[in-house]
Design a protein around this ligand. Structure first.
Ligand code: NDP
Length: 283
């Protein structure tokens, strides 16, 4: 199982799980909870949520899903920029902890950059570390220049992660952001690695490459190739969202796939890597 290492030395599997839109539908709720629990029981540790998702519904569902499993989970949530003042992060974090039914987050991210000065937000994050409410902090949707700004802020604890849109649909971060994060010891978390289950999974190149691979579940699928591709980078942690057991098991099995040089070349031929800086896209 591929792993990534956070600046404080904690090591987690490079495959995690997302939970955006979970908890929004009563008819899917039981499947979503089963999917998260199965993931954790299979050794996936990172569970990603945010106060924004369903205005707290995702956090509540995650809290229910990880009951009794909290110690196995590396729990990540995010604060909205509108709550990111020094005092605001404390209030928002307390509310997230309440919904999640826990007393500490493993990682707390600023969801995207807003108008609050970074110094304020980072001071708030350090207060939370000191209070034992979070173990580490990071950012999301920050491009390379914004990461330089983060690095320039004096902070008692380091930025641990940058969560960005990164998939075969959005290869922009390969130009310089992935390298910047790696060399500054920051883990890149790739969100929407499956292109949100859309057109990407119908890309002919993914079908062709999938035909050359197998996992313990049988012939590989285009989604598994898309995920294996994101996971090929040693500093990237991917957080696909799987609302069903079938998808969760497929995503777990995707970790078995090692793409060959020929596979990677064929993918590059069909979906070119960035040749110049592209502004970071976000969903
Ligand atoms: P993903 O790229 O993870 O795609 C999720 C979609 O793919 C769902 O429709 C899911 O269906 C489907 N899917 C999952 N596994 C498979 C599979 N093996 N085969 C085929 N289809 C599959 O999109 P998300 O936007 O959900 O991104 C993942 C996570 O990243 C979010 O849930 C959230 O936690 C985080 N995120 C963070 C953002 C940020 O600003 N920081 C922004 C967006 C996302 P089903 O649900 O039916 O299994």
């Amino acid at each position: 199982m591929k792993t990534v290492t956070f600046p404080d030395g904690r090591v987690v599997p490079a495959l995690g799980m997302g939970t955006w839109n979970m908890g929004d539908s009563d008819s899917r709720r039981a499947d979503e909870i089963r999917s998260i629990r199965a993931g954790v029981e299979a050794g996936i540790r990172v569970v990603d949520t945010a106060e924004m998702y369903g205005s707290g519904r995702s956090e509540k569902l995650v809290g229910e899903a990880i009951r009794g499993l909290r110690d196995e989970v590396f729990l990540v949530s995010k604060v909205l920029p509108s709550n990111a003042s020094r005092k605001g992060v404390r209030r928002a974090c307390a509310a997230s902890l309440e919904r999640l039914g826990t007393d500490c987050l493993d990682l707390y991210l600023l969801h995207w950059e807003g108008s609050e000065p970074l110094e304020e937000t980072i001071a708030g994050f350090n207060d939370l570390v000191e209070a034992g409410m979070i173990r580490s902090w990071g950012v999301s949707n920050f491009d390379t220049d914004a990461m330089r700004e983060v690095k320039s802020v004096r902070s008692a604890t380091p930025c641990a992660a940058n969560q960005v849109l990164y998939s075969l649909d959005y290869r922009g971060p390969e130009f310089d952001l992935l390298e910047y994060d790696r060399k500054t010891g920051i883990v890149t978390m790739a969100y929407s690695p499956l292109g949100q289950g859309g057109d990407l999974l119908r890309a002919p190149v993914l079908r062709r490459v999938a035909q050359r691979h197998e996992t313990s579940l049988g012939p590989a699928s285009p989604a598994q190739i898309a995920l294996a591709w994101v996971l090929r980078d040693e500093n990237v942690l991917a957080i696909p969202k799987a609302g069903s057991l079938r998808h969760q098991h497929e995503n777990i099995a995707a970790q078995e796939i090692i793409l060959t040089r020929d596979d990677l070349a064929e993918i590059d031929e069909a979906i070119a890597p960035p040749r110049r800086k592209e502004p970071l896209a976000m969903i």
